[in-house]
Each structure stands twice: as C-alpha cells, then as structure tokens.
Design a protein around this ligand. Structure first.
Ligand code: NAD
Ligand code: UDP
Length: 311
C-alpha cells in the first residue's frame, strides 16, 4: 500500500492519521520532536508491525532510509496559545520544515500533502470561505506567525509542484476537535470541556458572537485520505460547515457535560477571526466526501475522553 512519512505524527491529528494509515495497510514513519505533541498519543503503536517512530525536528535536514511513497507534513504548533508562545518555531516549521519535507518528497518521488489551514483566509471578508478566496491576513499581528507560515508553505508546495514536478496536495483544515487534544492547549474545545468538567468558569473571549464550525477528527482524517488519493493539486477545504457562535458552543458543552459552570467573558484576542465556515462544495463533488459525525455525538466522545485526562 506504500510507506508514509507523517510529520507531527505524535500530535492530535498526526496520531489519528498514523492510526488510519496503518489500518489501511500502509507502513508509517512517524516523525515528531514533541514540542506540542506527546508520546502518549502514539504509545499504542509502539511495537506494532509497520510502525516506526523517529524523534526529529523537521526544520533540520530530514533523512529517511528506503522508499517513501507519501509525505504528509503535519508538524506545526496549531493552537493560538502554542504559536504565540513559540512564534519562531512556528515560522520555521512552516517554512524550513516545509522546504525540507518537500525536498525529501522530491528525492524519493513521493506524493506530498501539506496541512494548511482556514487561517490562510485570516479574518475573512467572504463568507463562507471558498478555495478561490485569497484571504485577509495581518502579517505583523500576533497570529501572523502561523497564518503567514502556512501561506508560505502553500506557495512553496506549489513551487515544488510547478518547478520540480512533485505530486502535491494542499488541505485547508478548518477547526477540528476530538480525543487526544491536549487538555491545556488553549483551543476552545479542550478549554471549555475541561472548565465544564471542573465546574470552573467557562472563558468566552469577547462577547462570544464570533463563529466557528467544528469538525470531528474522524471525518477530517477520512477527507484528507481521499484528497491524498485523488489527483487534485489545488487547495481543498476540509471541515464541517455547521456554524455556531462561540457563546452557543459554550452553552452546548455545558449542557452535554451537565454542569452549572458560569460563563466568564474575557477580552477578545487581537485579530481573532469574527466568522468562519468552510464552503465544502469542492470536497463534496471531487472526493464524494462530507462530514458524518453530528456535533453532539463528536462532543460526547470527546467529553468521555477528557473525563479520563482532566484532573
Ligand atoms: P498538535 O500540536 O497536536 O500537533 C502538531 C505536532 O507537530 C506535535 O506533535 C508537535 O510536537 C509536532 N511538531 C511541531 N513542530 C515540529 C518540528 N519542528 N519537528 C517535528 N515535529 C514538530 O496540532 P494538531 O491540531 O494535530 O495540528 C496538526 C496540523 O494540522 C498542524 O500543521 C496544524 O497547523 C494543522 N491544522 C490543524 C487544525 C485543527 O483544528 N486541529 C486546523 C487547521 C490546521
Ligand atoms: N475561545 C474562547 N475561549 C477560550 C478559547 C477560545 O472564547 O478559552 C474562542 C476564540 O477567541 C475563538 C474561538 O474560540 O474565537 C476558537 O478558538 P481556538 O483557539 O479554538 O481556534 P481559532 O479558530 O481561533 O484558531
């Protein structure tokens, strides 16, 4: 079935990708430096046939012995708190890390997929966001380190495709949640669920009127797999178009956890996008893909997981 290198493989999405690739008969080389990921996410895979782990910072030269058929570059801090705390590492893994992994794909004749993001649309002026929208990003704001790294990564990927003929894919991932997210990574799903479970105030930023659209990880991973196996070179949105305000989201989680935790309103972080919803027309047509897991079901599974890790 082919051998896949998955960078960021010890992270939330990367570890689920490792699981999916192994379950579909691929060999997997998981590469990670644990900057935001954890061995806990992949400990069930150690010793399993076809799985290898390499601890490595992918901003440095990447060496892999033997054939590689697929390279999936998922290494990058992904939560706003993580990339604000690690701005240079974020810029480096999106730029140097993308360059190094594209170089490996070129050398091995492998198909390459970059994990891009809805953040390339910035604080969008078009709604919902379609792939042909070029975005509204502040390059010098605090989120610029992530958004611009991903925009650079897309440009670099297209350059390797056009100039070197590398077979490339670009997935623009919208907010995705589920088991193995880090409890304290600061993203809204772990934040609200852990606060609700501890019966602590749920920290809604701003007045909570900003919107997001949440996708359960298994839907996303399936979409990514289909995109990789398709011939589509141009960017493709994968996410769940069911949109809600952050305040509605807090109330939903409160109801599902069954807590009386109060809502606490805190200042809105700088450049926090006001609206976000993927237009997934392209993925529907091209990949015959759409999300299947309803929000309440995905949240219940995620809450069950967090019950085991929240102290
Ligand atoms: P995560 O923080 O759980 O995983 C990222 C992984 O990359 C971690 O294991 C980390 O240790 C590793 N890493 C970071 N820098 C590295 C480096 N220099 N060398 C080796 N490993 C490194 O985050 P995630 O949510 O799983 O995100 C994975 C990818 O998906 C990221 O590229 C992110 O930008 C993208 N993405 C995620 C979402 C989402 O909602 N989860 C949305 C859009 C894009
Ligand atoms: N958010 C919030 N409280 C929190 C964490 C996040 O209200 O404790 C808001 C945040 O301001 C944003 C939305 O929830 O509007 C999603 O935030 P997240 O960090 O998950 O990802 P983003 O979509 O901003 O990258």
């Amino acid at each position: 079935m082919g051998r896949a290198l998955i960078t960021g493989g010890a992270g939330f999405l990367g570890s689920h990708l490792c699981d999916l690739f192994l379950s579909r008969g691929h060999e997997v080389i998981c590469m990670d430096n644990f900057i935001t990921g954890s061995p806990d996410n992949i400990k069930h895979l150690f010793g399993r046939d076809g799985f290898t782990f390499v601890k490595h910072d992918v901003t440095n030269y990447v060496y892999v012995e033997g054939a590689v058929d697929f390279v999936l570059h998922f290494a990058s801090p992904a939560s706003p708190i993580d990339y604000l705390e690690k701005p240079i590492q974020t810029l480096k893994v999106g730029s140097l890390g993308t360059h190094k992994t594209l170089g490996l794909a070129k050398d091995k004749g492998a198909r390459y997929l970059i994990a891009s993001t809805s953040e390339v649309y910035g604080d969008p002026l078009i709604h919902p966001q379609k792939e042909d929208y070029w975005g509204n990003v502040n390059p010098v704001g605090p989120r610029g380190v992530y958004d611009e790294a991903k925009r650079f990564a897309e440009a670099m990927t297209m350059a390797y495709h056009r100039f070197h003929g590398v077979d490339t894919r670009i997935v623009r991932i919208f907010n995705t949640y589920g088991e193995r997210m880090r409890v304290n990574d600061g993203r809204v799903v772990p934040a609200f669920i852990s606060q609700a479970l501890r019966n602590e105030p749920m920290t809604v930023f701003g007045d909570g009127s900003q919107t997001r659209s949440f996708c359960y990880f298994s839907d996303l991973i399936e979409g990514i797999y289909r995109l990789l196996m398709s011939d589509e070179v141009n960017p493709t949105n994968i996410g769940n178009p069911s949109e809600m305000t952050v305040l509605q989201f807090a109330e939903r989680i409160r109801a599902l956890v069954g807590t009386t935790a109060p809502i606490e309103f805190l200042p809105l972080p700088e450049d926090d996008p006001k609206i976000r919803r993927p237009d997934i027309t392209k993925a529907r047509k091209l990949l015959d893909w759409e999300p299947r897991v309803p929000l309440d079901e995905g949240l219940k599974r995620t809450i069950d997981y967090f019950r085991t890790v929240v102290k």
